[in-house]
Design a protein around this ligand. Structure first.
Ligand SMILES: [Zn+2]
Ligand SMILES: [Zn+2]
Length: 276
């Protein structure tokens, strides 16, 4: 299964356009939260309508999974905790989202909501516990915040990760966690787009402006994850220990470039715009 992972698009229409353009070349597209930009002058509801249109169009081209981020929260549950009901509702339209757990081929994928209080946090604990019972092979989580005290949550002066996620990872040892949220992590000293907690691989592609967005291509058959950004490209072999510095990607692997219906429009082309 070839997976394209992005997060933190924050209503960047050039980035959604890029995602739509390349989505069909992947078996699965994961958007790990923060569709909306709360600081935008564009009204929140208008943003969500536009994003939903993109979601529909991407879904028409490939399988799409998404979770909520802290910018996506539109309502409150009975206890007053903020939730992203519009993201949760996407599950009704065949876009597995907050609270979903599904199996694709040999891979179990569990999608966690952003948690703003103890009830949703407990929901996530239950969701993971129930999914753990169904686990057979590979298990992937989608969870907007990266784990705390990890290079994937380093913001340059402190960590912005989720300590609860660290505990859940220790308890369940999933194979892979896709996150986002801490935009700078891959671009600042001692930060990174990739980490390993025990046997679990953790990813945060980071955020850059313009198209393409910083993104990760993970191929489960090839056992590789590749990171593409304006600050450079790197890769890891999933069946090998994580080593730092993470190896630079100097040439695209054959499996990524060879027979693609899109010809030279490889989604992995090197971005030519500099990171701000
Ligand atoms: Zn964000
Ligand atoms: Zn966020």
């Amino acid at each position: 299964m070839r997976i394209l992972v992005v997060a933190d698009l924050h209503y960047s229409l050039p980035q959604y356009d890029w995602l739509l353009e390349v989505a069909g070349e992947f078996d699965l597209v994961v958007v790990a939260g923060d569709h909306i930009d709360l600081s935008s002058l564009v009204d929140w509801r208008a943003q969500s309508i536009v994003v939903r249109k993109y979601v529909e169009r991407i879904k028409a081209r490939t399988r799409l999974i998404t979770c909520s981020g802290n910018h996506d929260l539109d309502s409150r549950n009975a206890s007053g905790e903020k939730v992203a009901q519009w993201i949760r509702d996407l599950s009704r339209d065949d876009v597995p989202s907050d609270g979903a757990s599904l199996t694709i081929d040999d891979t179990l994928i569990t999608v966690c909501p952003w948690w703003d209080g103890p009830l949703v946090r407990a929901d996530i604990g239950r969701l993971l516990g129930e999914a753990a019972a169904k686990r057979q092979g590979r298990w992937i989580w989608v969870h907007h915040a990266p784990p705390d005290k990890s290079p994937t949550s380093w913001g340059g002066s402190r960590y912005f990760g989720d300590a609860e996620l660290v505990a859940w990872i220790a308890e369940h040892e999933p194979d892979i966690v896709f996150s986002g949220h801490v935009h700078q992590s891959p671009f600042v000293a001692t930060g990174s787009w990739v980490d390993r907690l025990g046997s679990t691989w953790v990813f945060n592609a980071g955020h850059q402006f313009g198209a393409p967005p910083a993104h990760i291509i993970l191929d489960t058959d090839e056992g590789m994850a590749l990171w593409f950004s304006a600050a450079g490209n790197q890769f890891v072999h999933l069946d090998q220990p994580l080593q730092r510095p993470v190896e630079k990607l100097t040439a695209l692997p054959g499996w990524l470039t060879s027979p693609s219906p899109a010809g030279d429009r490889s989604p992995a082309r090197t971005p030519d715009s500099a990171h701000e």
